[in-house]
Ligand binder design. Structure first.
Ligand code: AQP
Length: 332
């Protein structure tokens, strides 16, 4: 039996190169070494307001992007979270298990609230309690590893703590999972502000390179990316914007540190941007072509989502039944 991995993405918009380099590409690379379960987490998406029609459409688009990036549906389960109600049931049990103070320490709650331009009085409570749902997503499948980008590390840590707490209170029920981060590209920053991570829901026009951006737009975005006032790449201490462009190049190319240094040290920013553009476009082209084919065949895409949900639902049910029994919830 290969160890199981679980991960997911929110259908909150078009995936960007941060989602790809931080998570999706790693999933593709390791899919044959594990038993992979990949989710499209629409229940998380509704923690901030979504257009209902767009949300449904985004679920299928994200699924198509998973497959276009190289996820093999014969090897991996690819399903939409809300299709399996066990996620919500276990999330409620965890909401009752996790101390308020643990959730209050989650930094993403504060940053997302700011991003949504909301206050504590107006924001949906789901945004506060969703780490309990995320713990349910992972622990339902008894996953050994969770491959994610660096911004999710705090949530995986919380998931581990929830598993320990539940196991201590009620007896061993959940496997405690570990985080799996990529070595390069775990946190891609916004092109317009390299102090903030690249994000789907950020609205800045020059913020993110989306996986489906045409080559001309990628060129424009990288051309406008924030750098600094130095004349060329200061390898020992590049500014955050330049460091981000170098990371994007290295993550896409797979070049070693040594090769990166000898190629880029001292390079003028115009040349650097040209080379990053070429690298990004060459890697996005095959994904975009495959994506076009996949979204054109909706029945096939829907069949992948349906069959996967059917395949993994019994795993989720088994864990949920156990957790309910342990907590004393009524059953006949
Ligand atoms: N900038 C990033 N660099 C590296 N990895 C990233 N991830 C997200 N942003 C970056 C990783 O992508 C996966 C999917 O994330 P998500 O959809 O669950 O939500 P998120 O982490 O909140 O990503 P976004 O793009 O910022 O979405 P919105 O704007 O909707 O919140 C995760 O593995 C994440 O680590």
């Amino acid at each position: 039996m290969k160890p199981r991995i679980f991960s997911g993405m929110q259908p909150t918009g078009e995936l960007h190169i941060g989602n790809y380099l931080g998570a999706l590409r790693g999933w593709v690379e390791i899919q044959h070494d594990y038993e992979p379960i990949f989710c499209i987490v629409d229940l998380h998406a509704i923690t901030v307001r979504q257009d209902p029609k767009q949300l449904r459409e985004n679920c299928e688009r994200v699924a198509a992007l998973y497959l276009a990036a190289g996820i093999d549906p014969d090897r991996c389960a690819v399903f939409v979270q809300s299709q399996i109600p066990a996620h919500v049931e276990l999330a409620w049990i965890f909401t009752c298990t996790v101390p308020f103070g643990w959730l209050n320490r989650m930094t993403q709650f504060k940053s997302k609230m700011q991003q949504a331009g909301s206050s504590r009085d107006s924001i949906g409570t789901g945004l506060f309690v969703y780490p309990a749902l995320m713990a349910a997503d992972i622990l339902l499948y008894q996953a050994r590893f969770v491959p994610v980008g660096d911004d999710q590390s705090q949530h995986i840590e919380l998931t581990r703590n929830i598993a320990h707490r539940f196991n201590n209170l009620y007896g061993k029920t959940f496997r405690v999972p570990s985080t799996k981060l990529p070595t390069v590209g775990a946190r891609i920053m916004g092109l317009d502000d390299p102090t903030k991570k690249m994000s789907k829901s950020s609205t800045g026009p020059n913020h993110a390179i989306r996986l489906l951006d045409p080559p001309g737009r990628v060129k424009k975005l990288i051309g406008r990316a924030v750098t600094d006032s130095q004349p060329g790449v200061n390898w020992g201490a590049p500014g955050p914007g330049v460091a981000n462009l170098l990371t994007v190049f290295q993550a896409f190319s797979g070049w070693s540190d040594r090769r990166m240094e000898s190629h880029f040290a001292g390079m003028r920013y115009g040349t650097l941007k040209g080379q990053v553009t070429e690298m990004v476009n060459s890697k996005l082209a095959p994904i975009q072509q495959r994506y076009g084919e996949l979204v054109a065949d909706r029945p096939q895409l829907r069949e992948v989502l349906r069959a996967s949900a059917e395949r993994v639902a019994p795993i989720a049910q088994r864990t949920l039944r156990r957790a309910k029994r342990r907590t004393g919830l009524y059953s006949v």
